[in-house]
Design a protein around this ligand. Structure first.
Ligand SMILES: [Ca+2]
Length: 392
């Protein structure tokens, strides 16, 4: 069942007398005898099956004589399960660790160890999100056959997955060419057409300024033109040189907040992926006890101010907006104005955005450096392709 995608007996949890007789009883008997005669070695049985002509058939075979494929006249197209897919990604990036045994690992947390997925830690009732998204069963009860769902969450999860970004970067670093990336991931050269479209795409591709829904930048005073900060270093988006940068001054953003500049307001931009009704929460605080404090604003890209707070030194204010309707692609700006005096204007502000189902984005938890460079984006696209995800 795991090898071909369909079982020889349609009720793998019940081999009792009520079960309909298997269509291919002779095959089942042959495999059972093979297992007995080979010291009950499942490894030998698996080798026997996957070296057979039946198993090696393409899924593109004829559908006419055996529409439901009861007799395995063609391969069943099947998606790799989470374990096989994650292990394959580690194998092609060269990060797979062959070691067997040992303590379990957190597969959804940095540093994303390269051990096989079978060593992923499962706490009863607390499946890691990647396992939940990809149909990994809960550990409370036995399951005979997994379901395979295909949901938009899976694609979104993988597009933003730091694990997959790491694999894509590793592949692009080892083989920084279109041919090299195709060879590493799909074990083949690109067709002339694929190569041409990859070249055209790479010519347009730019490194994304950041990896998620947040962008870190500024608005020049009295302007509505959001500009991203150009440089990321030591957990900080800022100008090129160490603070104060000759052009951008003290202007920066980090995971907790940042600093405005006299002629430029610090601006954190959030872009909605889906339409809906959101709530904004958070707290803005000026920890210093000198200077004249700041003004914090939540704005829309058309310049409308939704709310505004003046924050004096040492003060903290909740920045809360309830039941605000947005459309996919809408931007919300979190803007900090120095009140014309930048001294001691370091601030803490890491807003959270949620809907009725829970947190959508959290500026502190989601804080990231630059997005993937173009070759790594190409590697990521191939790691997400059906050709990599499915066995044909
Ligand atoms: Ca100030």
């Amino acid at each position: 069942m795991h090898l071909t995608g369909t079982p020889l007996v349609n009720s793998p949890g019940d081999f009792g007398p009520q079960t309909p007789e298997p269509l291919q009883r002779a095959l089942l008997d042959h495999l059972a005898l093979f297992l007995q005669n080979n010291q009950w070695s499942t490894k030998a049985l698996i080798r026997h099956i996957i070296t057979s002509q039946t198993w090696q058939r393409s899924s593109l075979g004829s559908h006419q004589s055996d529409p439901a494929n009861h007799y395995y006249t063609r391969g069943n197209r099947q998606r790799k399960d989470l374990e096989a897919w994650r292990d394959s990604a580690l194998q092609v990036s060269g990060r797979l660790v062959a070691k067997t045994g040992g303590t379990p690992i957190q597969i959804d947390q940095a540093p994303y160890e390269g051990r096989r997925t079978i060593y992923g830690k499962v706490r009863r009732g607390f499946l890691p999100s990647i396992m939940r998204s990809f149909d990994f069963p809960g550990s409370e009860e036995a399951l005979m056959k997994r379901t395979t769902t295909t949901t938009p969450t899976q694609a979104l999860y993988l597009m933003n997955s730091p694990f997959l970004h790491g694999e894509a970067r590793a592949i692009a670093t080892q083989a920084p060419s279109i041919d090299g990336i195709y060879q590493s991931i799909l074990q083949r050269s690109p067709s002339a057409e694929e190569k041409k479209s990859a070249q055209q795409w790479l010519a347009r591709a730019r490194r994304n300024s950041s990896a998620g829904s947040w962008e870190y930048g500024y608005l020049a005073k009295d302007s509505l033109d959001f500009k991203a900060l150009p440089h990321f270093e030591n957990g900080q988006w800022r100008g090129k040189a160490p603070l104060p940068d000759p052009t951008h001054g003290w202007l920066h953003w980090n995971a907790n907040g940042g600093h405005p500049e006299g002629k430029r307001h610090a601006a954190l931009k959030w872009t909605a992926i889906e339409s809906g009704t959101i709530k904004i929460n958070g707290n803005v605080k000026v920890p210093g006890d000198k200077g004249n404090g700041i003004i914090a604003r939540i704005m829309q890209a058309d310049g409308r101010t939704l709310k505004e707070w003046t924050v004096e030194p040492t003060q903290g204010v909740p920045t809360k907006i309830d039941d605000f309707k947005i459309k996919a692609g809408d931007e919300i700006w979190f803007v900090v104005d120095s009140r014309d005096d930048v001294a001691f204007d370091g601030f803490h502000w890491a807003p959270r955005i949620s809907d009725e189902k829970g947190t959508i984005s959290d500026a502190k938890a989601d804080f990231t450096g630059p997005g993937l460079p173009p070759f790594a984006q190409l590697a990521q696209a191939l790691l997400l392709s059906n050709e990599f995800f499915y066995i044909d």
